[in-house]
Every structure is written in structure tokens, then in C-alpha cells.
Write a new protein. Sequence first.
Length: 545
Amino acid sequence: MASSPDKSGMFCKATALVPRVLLSATALIFALCCVFVSPGACADKIVMSVDASKTGAKINRNIFGQFAEHLGHGIYDGIWVGPDSSIPNTRGIRNDVVAALKAIKVPNVRWPGGCFADEYHWRKGIGTPRAVTLNPNWGGVIEPNTFGTHEFMDFLEQIGAEAYVSVNVGSGTPQEAAEWLEYMTTAQPTTLEKERTANGHPAPYKIAFFGIGNESWDCGGNMTPEYYLDQYKVYSRFVRNFNPAQQDKQQMLKIAVGPGGDGPRWTDWTETIMKAYQQHSWSWDMDGLSMHNYTVVKWPPAYASVGFGETEYAQILKSTLEMQDLVSKYSAIMDKYDAQKKVALVVDEWGGWYTPLPGSNPGFLVQQNSVRDAVLAALNLNIFARHADRVRMANIAQMINVLQALIVTDKQKMVLTPTYYVYKMYVPFQDATFVPISFDAGTYTHENISLPRLDAIAAKDSSGKVWMEFTNLDPNQPAEIEVNVAGTTAKSVKGETLTAPKVDSINTFEAPETVAPKPISGTVQGGKVSLKLEPKSVTVVSIEQ
Ligand code: AHR
């Protein structure tokens, strides 16, 4: 493979570390060959080892969760068009969006925010007529409240996902939240139960996840960790889930606000909450600690979502890989106070956050979604999978029409983004068991930025089939890979790969398949799987026995 002298030198330097990290004898021979015989060949092949008999934690399907906030066209137009719309819908919810979301097996949806959640008053979103209010966080526009509790739960039922309800701590009260939960979950004939029945839903709703506040250190009320903790304890004590089916089994999991980045403030916040958890009494509890981390490089967001070159491609990927250190750092703090890992780290807001598209309302956070975002999504999902013992839930921001959206709509039109396709390709990893792999990633260098050339994960599904994902970060060079497979009989390999002509290639309404998965196959010989990965690509394959 042709590569510049500088680049091949970098690959060889990285590969010289191989004896420390590679397990297989074949890989070692290959590495020595790179260093002493043919330095240029180092860029050509990446040798990996996977042993399917050695397994790790379960990759909780909830790491593929979504986030739908009352923000811009995330809910209105994106999900809700109303029953009288000419856009095909079921009880006001768009059919095209539901079909697309069913195909990626969305495990849970976080709603109604975000910052919006701490100004949301649930009573305005039930019954008729609905109160018309404002959305001061996001463009100051009218909030018609036509999409409320019943519509959200109907949407979840249509797509087959669980509810992750974020409750108002900033401007609400524990009583308001407690009544909302009673309204949604009680089976007993209370006044609130009768009101729910009158509004069309006699059966109690299932609320799987319950977020107490959002970014309470900032838009959620600028609280100190101590003040938030006091609030959290009160909400945890009094806001109860009464659903009879959720008492012994399938209990609602309570999620506390956690860190929102790197630095002493967030370390302090995490320490305070986790230390209190370690000593918590019977009267309050916690099942998850949230973490928010966007790929933004600097505030306000200054990177374009389309019309960029390789420099911005490399800078954004470098920034997104910081997720690795953050997850490790907060996992380590949690380990100190919760060695048994009872509390999950819930990365319930993550994704690329770029400058708003020209002409759009800046409060609507509208951006394009390119093949760079597909690579970014795969890198983050792989980080979560590698920390599957602690990261048991994550929610990309956001589901439709906002930030790193999976789906973009415009009136009757809908297009699936490169990020959507990554989620579709990763479906086999939902609830699969992590399988460790070893490899030397090599290096992709652009200007002064050096990144791993390749990322990869492996997992075993419930039928015992081994799945592998490979992300080739290098936008210029394909990657030849050879996987030494042990612990299963590899007979053939097949799967899908996603790439595009340019680093900023996008899908549009006119050209919706520019960045869409295509079949890929490789060869298997003597337990060795060989594949060629396209530049800037995301690939998922199954090892067929
Ligand atoms: O996702 C957009 C916003 O980002 C959310 O409302 C908020 O929680 C975060 O700051």
C-alpha cells in the first residue's frame, strides 16, 4: 500500500510496541517483519486475535438508547404531526419514523428533556384542551403541549421501547413529580388513576427509568452537589412507582445527575454523590449516575457539520476519543464507593455538537450528519461496550432533527442519517456478551494529530455467534485485517460496511443512500479471517460456523 514516508514511519513506530500487546505468535512474526524487513508493509495489515471462549460483561442493549427532547423539530414534525395531518400517522405519530425506529430496536427513549425537563409541568400535557406555553430554553417558541404523557407512551408502544422519564427538579416540586408517577403507574382507583383512565389509558404505564433532574449543576438550577444531593434524596424517597408489575421485578431504576465533562468541578460532583450513595440509608436509593459529554471541541460549537475537510475530520475524532478517558475516570471514582458496580454509569447525552446550519433557528440545534458522525458513533459505542460492566445505558443526543440525529424529517419527507445506519448495523451487539480482542491499532496521522488507525470490538450473541465491528479511522487508506479466531470454528465471514466518497458525505432527501451500508465479505482460511476495510468506514461482520 502506498503511504508517505512519514506515515509509514509512524505506523512502524506504533507497531514496534507489538510484543507487549499482541498475543498470537503469528502477529509477533508479522510485527518483527514490519520492523526489520519491510517497514512499508506495516501499514498494510493489522493482525488481531479473538478467543470466543473468553467472555466479558454483557453489552446492555440500553447503551443504544435515544433522547427525544422538546427542542426544535425533535418532537413536533419529527415524531408528532397530529391525527389530522396528511402525513401518514397512527394517532398523530408519523408512521415512517416509527417503522425506521422499529428496525433499529430502540431500547429506551429519554424524554421530555434535557433542559426542557426542568421547566416541564406534566399536567399541561394531559387531557383537553392543552395549555399553550413557551419553550424558553430552545428558541423561545410556542410549546403546544399536544405531545404529552399519553402521546409519549403511545410512541414508545409503537416503536417497542422503554420509558426513561426525566422529572422536573429545577422548577418543579417533589409533590408534582410524585403525582405524575402516581398518575402514570397506579392501578388503584385513586382520583389520579381515574383521570388517567378518563384520558384513555386504564392500565398502569411501565416506567423503566426515572431521571431525577437534568444538568442540575447548570440549566437544571445551577445547584451545588450538596444541594442537589438533598433534592435527590427527597425525590428518591417520595416519588414512587406504583405499577404492580414493577414492585418485585422490573423495578424502576432511579438515575441521579452526574458529571458534565472533565475537571475538578465534575470530580467533586461525582465524589459527593457517590460517597453519599455508599452510606445511603433505606429511605433513598440510586441505580444510575448520569454523565453528559458532547464532542464539541470548544464552546460555543464552532465546527461545521458539513463542508469540512480532513483537518476537521481528524480534530473531531480526536475530541470524541476523550470519552474513553472520561468513562475510565468516572468509573474509577464509582469503583471506590461501589465496588460491586450496583450503580450504572449512564451516558445519557453524547454525540457531535456542531454549529447550527445556516438559515436555521440557532435555538433548534439543527446540523447535518456525515460519515464522520458514523465513525464518531461507532467509536463511542465501542467505548461503552468496552466498559459494559459499568456503562449499562447511554442515550445519543438526539433522536430526530436535533444535534447528531438518526433521522431527519421535513414535512412529509424523511431521510436516515449515517448515524442511523450505525445503530442498525450494531443491533446484533444488543445484549451480546463482550469478547476481548487484542491488536495493535497502528496510527493514522494528519498534520499534528495522531489517532488510532483502527478500532474494533467483538461479542457473542445468545446463539453463540461471534460478531465483530471494525472502524477504519483513516480517511485515505484502506485497512487489511487478519483476525486469528479461537474458541469457535470460523468457516465464513459476512456483514455490512458503511463508508462514503468524502469525509463530509451526507444523506439528503434527494440522495438518501450516499452513506448507507453495503454487503462485505472476506475470506477464512485455517481459522484466520481476512477482510479489507474501506477508508473512513464502519464494518460489522458475523463469523459463521
Ligand atoms: O441536548 C441538548 C441539551 O444539551 C440538553 O437539553 C441539555 O441537557 C444539554 O446541555
